[in-house]
Design a protein around this ligand. Structure first.
Ligand SMILES: Nc1ncnc2c1ncn2[C@@H]1O[C@H](COP(=O)(O)OP(=O)(O)OP(=O)(O)O)[C@@H](O)[C@H]1O
Ligand SMILES: [Mg+2]
Length: 247
């Protein structure tokens, strides 16, 4: 297993946002985490990446216990993520945002922009991430001039720039038009299998077309797990989604 969560809980005061969740993700797997609003999906990502370390349970990444490791250590071990809320510098170019993402991961001291500061390897990583996310042609454009879909592509590029082995995507297609959604879906589908992907997504059609296995959470707890088609037909899963929507 590349990632194992053993009985993870995250408690905020009286609220258990994640409540005893166990989950195993194989190397190369494409996994979706679904569940209604407030189910604990983003909090689970925050536990995995160390933003809110679990109050209970254990996280093993690539054979190492990282339960208490700080976020930068986990990033250094090969975890990359995107955020549910856009997290870019609008007045900087695509390439400058990428350089900041790269420097955030690097041990070298921050100095001001200029590709001259990047090592050959870093430059290659940056180019590769831009190519994988099909945003390379926009590298000198200011982020505020990108479409929303292109901004989400750039966020994926920033998560990929450190060549992660595990990529966590928090609703990468949320708020996108059907055409933009198709591009993002195609980008994710085409990512090399040496990148393991865990994806939070509400759109069942997108989930069905992308992943091998689906985990459904509800109220912070594990509800169901299975192949995408089985999960779509799962009565309990349908009930929690429909229940919330009609409430
Ligand atoms: N930092 C925090 N402090 C206190 N409560 C929090 C915090 N972060 C999340 N929560 C609460 O934990 C619960 C789970 O939230 P979370 O954001 O993980 O849900 P989610 O499944 O990602 O939902 P959505 O689909 O709306 O993104 C919610 O009740 C939320 O209000
Ligand atoms: Mg969320």
């Amino acid at each position: 297993m590349l990632l194992s969560l053993e009985n993870i809980s995250v408690q905020f005061d009286a609220l258990k946002a994640v409540d005893g969740v166990s989950l195993n993700v194989r190397q190369g797997e494409r996994r979706a985490v679904i569940g209604p609003n407030g189910a604990g999906k983003t909090t689970l990502f925050n536990a995995i990446t160390g933003v809110f370390p679990p109050t209970d349970g254990k996280i093993v990444f690539d054979g190492r216990d990282v339960t208490r490791a700080p976020p930068h250590t986990r990033a250094g071990l090969g975890m990359g993520r995107t955020f549910q809320i856009t997290n870019l510098f609008p007045n900087l170019s695509v390439a400058q945002n990428m350089e900041l993402a790269l420097r955030g991961r690097s041990r070298r001291k921050f100095s001001f922009f200029g590709n001259a500061d990047l090592t050959v390897d870093e430059r290659a990583q940056l180019d590769r991430a831009l190519t994988l996310t099909r945003i390379g042609a926009r590298r000198d454009v200011l982020v505020r001039e990108l479409s929303y879909g292109e901004q989400r592509q750039l966020e994926m590029a920033m998560a990929l720039v450190s060549a992660p082995r595990l990529l966590l995507l928090d609703e990468p297609a949320a708020g996108l038009s059907p055409a933009e959604r198709a591009i993002v879906t195609e980008i994710i589908r085409a990512l090399p299998r040496d990148i393991t992907i865990v994806l939070i997504e509400h759109d069942m059609d997108l989930v069905l077309s992308l992943v091998d296995w689906v985990t459904c959470l509800n109220n912070g707890q594990f509800l169901a797990e299975g192949a995408p088609a089985d999960i779509r037909g799962n009565r309990q899963v349908q009930d929690v989604y429909l229940g919330r929507r009609h409430a």
